[in-house]
Design a protein around this ligand. Structure first.
Ligand code: 5GP
Length: 213
């Protein structure tokens, strides 16, 4: 059975003014959907679930840049704790995937840094990604990994959007299931802004207009 996800209801948003938000993003956000502290708590449990499922096998963790950089760092830290009695080390690898402009998927998925994938041949890989929406990005990455000769894959997602997938992809470990809203923060961007924001937030119409490409 898949581990329990933390489900965020459709209308759940906390007031931006109740949180410490960098001044550069004043007026750009309309609500906090997941505060950073909650992400950290949830990632701790997710790491335990991953360890319970995968056990002490040697694993390679693949960070899908740029969106998952914060989630990846937190997960590696918690997994290191969860695997403290494990004789096999974890390894970390990085790849960059790009598909969005403004709030829209361009439909074209660019995978950059493919030469890194050679190092994953024959290994068991935990793919760590920020969010699954249509499912296209993750599906393309997983098929590329299998073509490269990766032996086994699992997926760990910070967020899974409550929308019908265009492509079905395995979502093995999901921190939060969220409503169908465009969100930013904790690594996720809008035209490269907001990745540094700690909390996961919804943008205001003014913010969308300000940073439109
Ligand atoms: P998919 O291919 O599943 O439609 O989308 C996956 C990618 O689209 C993610 O890795 C992310 O870069 C981007 N994406 C999808 N939904 C959102 C969102 O709500 N906010 C942001 N910032 N990016 C998103």
């Amino acid at each position: 059975m898949a581990p329990t996800r933390a489900v965020i209801p459709d209308d759940f948003e906390l007031p931006v003014d109740a949180f410490d938000i960098p001044i550069c993003y004043d007026g750009d956000l309309s609500g906090v959907v997941i505060p950073e502290g909650l992400v950290r708590d949830r990632v701790r449990r997710l790491a335990k679930d991953i360890h319970a499922e995968i056990g002490n096998k040697p694993i390679a963790l693949l960070c899908v840049l740029k969106g998952s950089y914060k989630f990846f760092t937190a997960l590696v830290e918690e997994l290191t704790n969860a695997r403290s009695s494990c004789p096999e080390p974890m390894t970390v690898d990085f790849i960059r995937v790009k598909s969005y402009e403004d709030q829209m998927s361009t439909g074209q998925i660019q995978i950059m840094g493919l030469s890194n994938l050679d190092e994953l041949k024959g290994k068991s890989v935990l793919v760590v990604d920020d969010i699954s929406d249509t499912g296209r990005t993750l599906a393309k990455l997983l098929s590329t990994l299998h073509e490269t000769g990766v032996e086994k894959t699992w997926t760990a997602l910070l967020l899974s959007k409550r929308v019908k997938r265009v492509v079905d992809v395995p979502e093995d470990f999901v921190a939060f299931e969220i409503p169908d809203k465009f969100i930013v923060g904790y690594g996720l961007d809008y035209n490269q802004k907001f990745r540094d924001l700690g909390h996961i937030c919804v943008m205001s119409p003014a913010g969308i207009e300000k940073y439109k490409s």
